[in-house]
Design a protein around this ligand. Structure first.
Ligand SMILES: NC(=[NH2+])NCCC[C@H](N)C(=O)O
Length: 477
């Protein structure tokens, strides 16, 4: 009993027609949402930071590794999202394959990923805006006791998310056009300033890291095996790959839009794989241009791309980059808020969260209670806590959900061979297992402190499940 409560896939499919959420999204909107949440701080900041500190010019290789792992996971998401379209994504897939307690843990994990994603990005947004408009750092900067900028942007975007999915898609599409244009501009202008001397040696030789990092800040695999700490070399490229993986996370949000897509069987797979592909191409280009323009040891980590263009006298490009970053981060938060609403809605509908959260607004057709509730928590967090360094928590959350999703692919094929699958991962079960192992490997390259925080989060989640969800679940009735 209990642990083995499994949600019947046919029940999930029946809900397709419940009409609680409104089917208003087309393929173009999904690509917009996908690119909207994917391109953000990862490419604007982390690429430069990791080139300087871990990988040198080979940070482009780290982005290739990240793209391959994200691509494998995306194939698995594409299969499940197009065969079992739902607002719950990984949470629902886990419910249909592994059972309720796993579903709860994954749902809890996704809430962490998307809430922290929004909170971390809102603080970054506030800082960029302050730079762009010369606003006071005591209200908008990291040192602000209450980060007003972060709260304001979350509040505004929450209104849009509540009013409608079509409105959210419209705003996201516009923001995405601006940020993609800025990325293309970086490539077009930057290409003229690439010097091959900056790119050689492409993989700087491995060297002992100057300072011994405290155990808490070592990759858990290094700490566990007592490996010597070093930077650059192949090891540095892999460490950087785990960090820049953050840049690819977020595409999973599309799998939460299955009940709002006009033609989910066709459009979800195209959206997930298409958005990731577009972003990967841009990332590889931008990271190559950045490391080709600036000698990696001299990268300015506070604004790597903008200062690279300032250094060559192209100040107009650097101004547009700041604009691209602000619009880019706005769309990331927009999609995070939309997604939080759907995940909590799906969990509330099953009774694992309060049932009131699992309802939609009669007029707007959005999960308004969960969206507003989630946004309030995000705003409080972003206002008061300097959480910028928590981006690794977002990655660990995304990676662990990806592992479950990858494993759910072969499990669901065995349980329900009859399902109408409009897309299938090639070479299952080999490819899904490789995907899961690759995600696990990147997780092991995240630091000890991130693992401890993650374990605490999951423990709190389990406690809540046994105190609340287990009794209130629809399956307990
Ligand atoms: N839910 C998430 N994974 N959110 C984080 C998205 C981060 C985005 N990929 C970036 O580079 O800024």
């Amino acid at each position: 009993m209990g642990v083995r409560r499994i949600l019947d896939v046919d029940k999930v499919l029946e809900r397709q027609d419940s009409g609680e959420l409104k089917r208003r999204l087309r393929g173009r909107d999904l690509i917009g949402f996908g690119v909207g949440i994917i391109i953000g701080t990862g490419i604007f900041t982390l690429a430069g930071v990791e080139a300087k500190t871990h990988a040198g010019p080979a940070v482009t290789l780290s982005f290739v590794i990240g793209a391959v792992v994200a691509g494998l996971a995306a194939l698995c998401y594409a299969e499940l999202a197009s065969s079992v379209p739902t607002a719950g994504s990984a949470y629902t897939y886990a419910f249909a394959t592994l059972g309720e307690v796993f579903a709860w843990i994954i749902g809890w994990d996704l809430l962490l990923e998307f809430a922290l994603g929004a909170a971390v990005v809102s603080r970054g947004w506030s800082g960029y805006l302050a730079n762009l408009l010369g606003l006071s750092p005591s209200l908008f900067g990291e040192e602000a006791p209450v980060n007003i900028g972060a709260v304001l942007i979350i509040a505004v975007l929450t209104v849009v998310a509540v009013v409608g999915i079509k409105e959210s898609a419209f705003l996201t599409n516009i923001l995405v056009l601006v940020k993609v244009a800025v990325c293309v501009l970086i490539l077009a202008v930057g290409a003229f300033y690439v010097k091959s001397t900056n790119l050689t040696p492409f993989i700087p030789p491995s060297q002992p890291s100057g300072s011994e990092a405290a155990t808490l800040h070592q990759p858990i695999i290094q700490a566990a095996l007592g490996l010597e700490q070093s930077v650059y070399g192949i090891g540095g490229v892999l460490t950087a790959a785990a960090v820049v993986f953050f840049a690819y996370t977020g595409f999973e949000a599309l799998a939460n839009l299955g009940e709002e897509t006009v033609n989910p069987k066709k459009d979800l797979k195209v959206g997930i794989l298409g958005a990731l592909f577009v972003c990967a191409v841009l990332y590889l280009g931008v990271s190559l241009v950045l490391t080709g323009m600036v000698e990696y040891t001299t990268i300015d980590v506070s604004a790597p791309l903008a200062s690279a263009f300032d250094a060559v006298g192209e100040h107009w490009v650097s101004a547009l980059i700041s604009l691209g970053a602000v619009t880019g981060l706005t769309s990331v938060m927009m999609v995070e808020l939309v997604t939080i609403g759907r995940i909590g809605f799906a969990m509330g509908r099953d009774g694992l969260l309060p049932k009131a959260l699992g309802t939609t607004h009669p007029k707007w057709g959005t999960p308004h209670r969960m969206t507003i509730g989630g946004a309030v928590l995000i705003a409080i967090l972003a206002a008061l806590v300097p959480i910028s360094e928590l981006s690794d928590m977002v990655s660990i959350g995304a990676l662990s959900a990806m592992i479950i999703v990858a494993l759910a692919v072969p499990v669901l094929r065995r349980k329900r061979p009859d399902l109408n699958r409009s897309f299938t991962v090639p070479f299952s079960p080999v490819l899904p297992v490789v995907a899961a192992l690759a995600c696990l490997y990147l997780m092991l390259n995240l630091d000890v402190l991130t693992w401890i925080r993650f374990a605490v989060w999951l423990a709190v989640g389990l406690a809540i499940y046994f105190a609340y969800g287990r009794k209130h679940s629809k399956f307990a009735e």
